[in-house]
Design a protein around this ligand. Structure first.
Ligand SMILES: Nc1ncnc2c1ncn2[C@@H]1O[C@H](COP(=O)(O)OP(=O)(O)OP(=O)(O)O)[C@@H](O)[C@H]1O
Length: 539
């Protein structure tokens, strides 16, 4: 035992630990930087960059680290690059770690829900802003365990540096054991040091995971919990500190109990508005959306075939049609979340697809154009940003895209949350909200920048039946109060009849019927529309 303690504290071995840590640190840092570059290349739009990165990964993941160390130390000098043993070992470790780290980064970036990326695009965020504000924060959270593993394996792999005579822990232990013949005590001491070092990495990983945990209670609550543990007699005392986020069961109860604020006078008056007079008024408005000869195909399948559609400012158009008729695709084309083969689309008189000279717009320019023409979108699956609270989901894009100050953005977010009856859930994360609440926040987020056109893609089809009414009421109020041009893809015939000015019926990628809502619903002209309406009513 004495010998074991002696070796454990021996400056010769402690010095070896220093070299081990140095190589591991340099290898990991270099691997992280190179891994970032490789991951970016693989995710890039340019295929040639992805091919180069893939080739690098195949070579460096497929050959042993020990050979790479020998190569860096012995072969690089032949081309004029002479490195010290430590530099060569660190470089080899970095070169070897890079493809593994790149795969971790790439997998976690791709793992972020694509719907959130679409939502960011629809809000006018540039690709760089989406990466920084939406993808990176979520990807970093989920990649911590894998990066922890990588750090442990880099530490253990650093022992291979002994092959190029770096005086790290394993080499010094071997030398010491050979000199003293006390193999057991020396290697036991050395193994314990490795265990302590990997244990330290595990502790760092736990702390980072805790710091990044979105459900982490605020510091005040943490203190309260800490003292409750220290003073067991006080465990029974009621907890008056508000929880950061209630459990899902609480949420459902709340969802049922919370009504929308009373409707405004404008909304109440709209129930008695003369539809013919409104239609005549809208007919004089400028075109908010103009779709001309739109043709869209996915591979050989033509999904939209020669669509012509004009939506006037303030007009509410409901898109009806069987599943697969192209309603969602049409909405996604209108705000240029999809490209198309032929035809043109103008929103607020501007094209989101090409410049005035007819050149294709770059993704960044499309994002800026979306924000400047003001086209919002509400998705079937809500697509709230999972790492942000309800308030931040609304306020964040206002700061990042519209350039509002934090105070202004927060005020606007609170105002909108109040309007959709959710001011008391402002600090809740999306995963703690019910479906109806999620969609109400998503609607508030879409209208926050005051768009002139709002596209709603089956806003209630992912909701339980008892939550549909509250969301439809929010949309109905918006249509009346904000006077937005709205295009809503829906299967809710009653809602379409109440809210829409016009109904456009799509089938097989073409507009089969287009007319005033009441007329299309009560006296459809096309047999396909009549058959669809009968079927929907009988369900
Ligand atoms: N990314 C895609 N790749 C290939 N095909 C697609 C893609 N997106 C949609 N489609 C196809 O395009 C057609 C129209 O789809 P779309 O989602 O627009 O229909 P929809 O009328 O909105 O249907 P639903 O009411 O069920 O949502 C469908 O046949 C669908 O399979």
């Amino acid at each position: 035992m004495d010998l074991f303690i002696h070796y454990l504290t021996m400056p010769y071995l402690v010095g070896g630990v220093g070299f081990t840590l140095l190589i591991t640190l340099l290898g990991l840092m270099g691997g992280l930087v190179m891994g970032l570059v490789l991951a970016a290349m693989q995710l890039s739009r340019f295929r040639s960059l992805a091919v180069v990165a893939r080739g690098y990964s195949i070579i460096f993941r497929g050959t042993p680290l020990i050979l790479q160390m020998v190569f860096c130390y012995n072969a690089l000098p032949m081309i004029g690059i002479k490195l010290s043993a430590i530099s060569a070992a660190s470089l080899a470790l970095a070169l070897n770690e890079a493809p593994f780290i790149a795969e971790i980064l790439r997998a976690n970036v791709l793992g972020v829900d694509r719907g959130q990326v679409s939502a960011g695009q629809a809000l006018g965020m540039t690709p760089a802003a989406i990466m920084r504000r939406i993808i990176a924060p979520q990807a970093i959270r989920s990649m911590v365990p894998a990066l922890g593993n990588e750090a442990v394996s880099a530490l253990k792999n650093s022992s291979l540096a002994s092959v190029v005579a770096v005086q790290e822990l394993t080499l010094r232990s071997t030398q010491l054991a050979s000199a003293t013949f006390d193999f057991f005590s020396v290697f036991f001491a050395s193994g314990l040091v490795y265990l302590v070092l990997t244990g330290a990495i595990a502790v760092i990983q736990i702390v980072v995971e805790m710091l990044l945990d979105l459900d982490r209670p605020p510091p005040r609550e943490q203190f309260a919990r800490f003292f409750r543990i220290l003073l067991p007699g006080r465990n029974a005392a009621p907890d008056t500190t508000p929880a950061a986020a209630p459990a899902p069961a609480d949420v459902l109860e709340e969802a049922a109990a919370e009504p929308l604020p009373p409707a405004s006078a404008k909304v109440l008056a709209s129930a008695h508005e003369d539809r013919a007079a409104r239609a005549a008024r809208l007919a004089g408005n400028v075109a908010a959306v103009e779709v001309t000869g739109l043709r869209k195909a996915y591979g050989p399948t033509v999904v939209l075939d020669g669509i012509d559609l004009t939506v006037r400012a303030g007009e509410v158009v409901a898109l009806l049609g069987p599943s697969g008729s192209g309603k969602s695709t049409l909405l996604r084309c209108i705000n240029r979340l999809e490209s198309w083969e032929d035809g043109s689309i103008k929103v607020g008189g501007c094209s989101l697809n090409v410049t005035d000279e007819g050149h294709a717009l770059a993704p960044r320019a499309i994002a800026q154009m979306r924000a400047s023409v003001g086209v919002g979108m509400v998705f079937q699956q809500f697509n709230l940003f999972g790492h942000l609270t309800a308030k931040e989901n609304i306020a964040g894009p206002l700061r990042w895209v519209q350039g509002l100050s934090r105070m202004e953005a927060d005020r606007r977010a609170r105002e909108l949350l109040e309007r959709v009856g959710l001011s008391h859930r402002a600090d809740a994360l999306p995963r703690h909200l019910s479906g109806g609440q999620l969609q109400r926040v998503a609607i508030a987020r879409a209208v926050a920048p005051n768009p002139s056109v709002l596209l709603l893609d089956e806003p209630t089809s992912a909701l339980d039946p008892e939550l549909v009414g509250e969301v439809l009421e929010v949309i109905r109020r918006l249509a009346v109060e904000d006077g937005l041009a709205m295009v809503i893809s829906t299967h809710q015939l009653r809602f379409a009849g109440e809210v829409a000015d016009r109904i456009v019926f799509l089938s097989g990628g073409s507009i089969i019927e287009d007319g005033p809502a009441e007329q299309v619903l009560t006296a459809p002209r096309h047999p396909l529309t009549a058959r669809f309406l009968n079927k929907m009513e009988s369900e």
